[in-house]
Design a binder for this molecule. Structure first.
Ligand code: HEM
Length: 537
């Protein structure tokens, strides 16, 4: 069994202590709870619309019951925690194959519809072996180096599309035109275009004047799947399935659409790959996306490749499009922060000589911006684990197999964990661990992508995709917001704004030569023009 580095050392220090001299461990039953009757609790959830505001409900409950509580709602029971020290203890006790709560309705759907039955339900060593093969194509630095240019191309195209829009529809004098829009639909298109480029190695033309209806339908299907999942987690969904409940029907048809979309693209990718292989070595040199890599290597069966690509596609769009909305909003309402990040980005881009990966490496505030956004607005509000051995949290005994949830929304906004928690400060992540972060230094504060063997497999795609887009936006536009009031949020399966925020984009312009934003040297006209002179030599 493979364990994270340091596991044995930590388990030796912090393993389960049934009771120790000074204070004895309290029983599981003594953990504060929100009510023992899970069906009464479920009714309360429905009545008070708590599914939509689960993150706020958790925050309130921690405030009233303390840093650990039990909750029983419908078919789900969990122990909820929020302090980094407890979360680190939980992750130390995870096995190789924690079951993930969110996959249950999906798994039932797959079983009943006979879609590659069982493919997603692999566990243990078998699952781990597949995941390691997948990691090579999406997580390892060699893979990241290959797909960054693809993401960069889409990010630059997004900015050109936006520039044209601002010039055409914006107000103000030439060179400083502004346009206030809800960027959400464009960000969804960006996320889908970027993930298709990386996964299938092909562009799907979503920035063209007539983007395909098929792609828009895919975006709607993912939204519907996410929105219908939370209630299904708390209800006996096999029963719903047999009753033909509308919620279940919507959920199932959304999944069917996602599977069909992925199936068609995979089929096309497969044909392209066979075609290029038949043309001999000269056809095989170009990077063909994750799908092409997996097919060319042939280590996973076609069934498994399909399953993994479908899962990646389903997880790829909303997860990045939504935090980008929050990031633009926070940068827009914090102009000094925006200027600090922009300055770093300008310098790093100027020094990187057009190499996007180098530019990102030299601009840590961009990474800080993403971390800070996900601290305040975690896409997934919880990370769940089933410990494989008994553990002690807050001096309560937690039996192996209990579902324990690390609650990221209350964690990210806790004054016990973060100094001035509501301040948007990308710089806090570059500081030494103790600065800007409270409560001792075990880490486990930035957990938006989960942790360990089962952490988000799309993490590197997501981080680079979001950073590249923000980099080009900051190079090309000044951002502001018409209203700096806090955004009201709601939970579907992911945390999102109740109403997408409006953002004002103002084009930058070099007054000397007329170069427009997104040009690396746009602001300092001397740099812009000197670059032109150098180029023309
Ligand atoms: C800001 C963006 C994203 C966030 C915050 C995020 C967050 C997460 C989290 C918390 C998990 C569960 C991890 C755990 O239990 O330890 C997860 C799993 C997963 N994510 Fe992401 N994700 C993001 C973007 C993406 C993208 C872009 C993709 C696909 C390209 C993706 C695909 C997946 C998949 C397939 C899993 C399941 C992995 C497994 O169980 O093996 N995610 N994600």
């Amino acid at each position: 069994m493979i364990q994270p580095a340091g596991f044995f050392f930590f388990s030796f220090l912090g393993g389960f202590r049934p009771s120790c001299g000074l204070f004895s461990v309290r029983s599981f039953e003594e953990i504060p709870h929100t009510g023992r009757n899970s069906w009464v609790n479920l009714l309360r959830f429905w009545r008070e619309d708590r599914f939509r505001h689960l993150h706020k409900h958790m925050e309130r409950t921690f405030n009233s019951l303390g840093p650990i509580y039990r909750e029983h709602v419908g078919t789900q029971s969990s122990v909820n925690i929020m302090l980094p020290s407890d979360i680190s203890e939980l992750f130390r006790s995870e096995g190789l194959h924690p079951r993930r709560m969110t996959l249950q309705p999906w798994a039932t759907h797959r079983e009943t519809r006979q879609h590659g039955k069982g493919v997603f339900l692999k566990n243990g060593e078998e699952w781990r072996a597949d995941r390691l093969l997948l990691n090579k194509e999406v997580m390892m630095s060699e893979a990241v180096r290959r797909f960054i240019p693809l993401l960069d191309e889409v990010a630059q195209d997004f900015c050109h599309m936006m520039q044209t829009k601002v010039e055409r529809e914006g107000r103000g004098e030439r060179g400083k035109r502004s346009l206030t829009i809800n960027p959400s639909p464009d960000l969804f298109r960006f996320a889908l275009e970027a993930s298709c480029h990386v996964l299938y190695g092909e562009r799907i033309g979503l920035f063209s004047s007539s983007p395909s209806l098929e792609s828009q339908k895919f975006i709607w299907a993912v939204e519907r799947m996410l929105a219908t999942t939370p209630p299904l987690l708390y209800l006996p969904h096999r029963l719903l399935l047999h009753l033909g409940a509308p919620l279940w029907t919507q959920h199932a048809s959304a999944w069917d659409h996602i599977f069909t979309h992925a199936e068609e693209r995979i089929q096309r990718g497969y044909q392209r790959l066979s075609h290029s292989q038949s043309r001999g070595p000269e056809g095989g040199g170009r990077y063909k996306g994750v799908l092409g890599q997996l097919m060319a290597k042939g280590q996973l069966s076609l069934e498994l490749i399909k399953a993994n690509i479908t899962e990646l596609m389903a997880g790829a769009v909303d997860t990045t499009a939504v935090p980008l909305q929050f990031a633009l909003f926070e940068l827009g309402r914090n102009p000094e922060v925006q200027q600090r990040v922009r300055q770093q980005v300008q310098e790093s881009w100027a020094q990187a000589g057009g190499d996007p990966q180098k530019a990102l490496q030299e601009a840590p505030l961009l990474k800080g911006t993403i971390r800070e956004t996900l601290r305040l607005y975690p896409v997934g509000t919880t990370v769940q684990r089933y410990p494989v051995k008994d553990i002690v949290l807050q001096n309560y005994h937690i039996p192996a197999g209990t579902m324990v949830q690390a609650c990221l929304y209350p964690l990210g906004r806790s004054a016990e964990v973060f100094e001035d928690p509501l301040r948007f400060d990308p710089g806090r992540w570059g500081k030494s661990r103790e600065e800007g972060q409270r409560g001792g230094g075990t880490g486990f504060r930035s957990l938006a992508f989960g942790f360990g063997a089962r952490q988000c497999v799309g993490r590197r795609i997501a981080e680079n995709e979001m950073q590249l887009l923000l980099m080009h936006i900051l190079l090309g536009f000044d951002l502001s917001v018409p209203s700096s009031e806090d955004i009201k949020t709601m939970c579907t399966l992911i945390l999102m704004p109740e109403t997408p925020p409006k953002i004002t984009f103002t084009n930058f312009w070099c007054f000397s030569c007329g170069n427009q934003g997104s040009h690396p040297f746009f602001l300092l006209s001397s740099l812009c023009c000197s670059q032109k002179t150098t180029d023309s030599k």
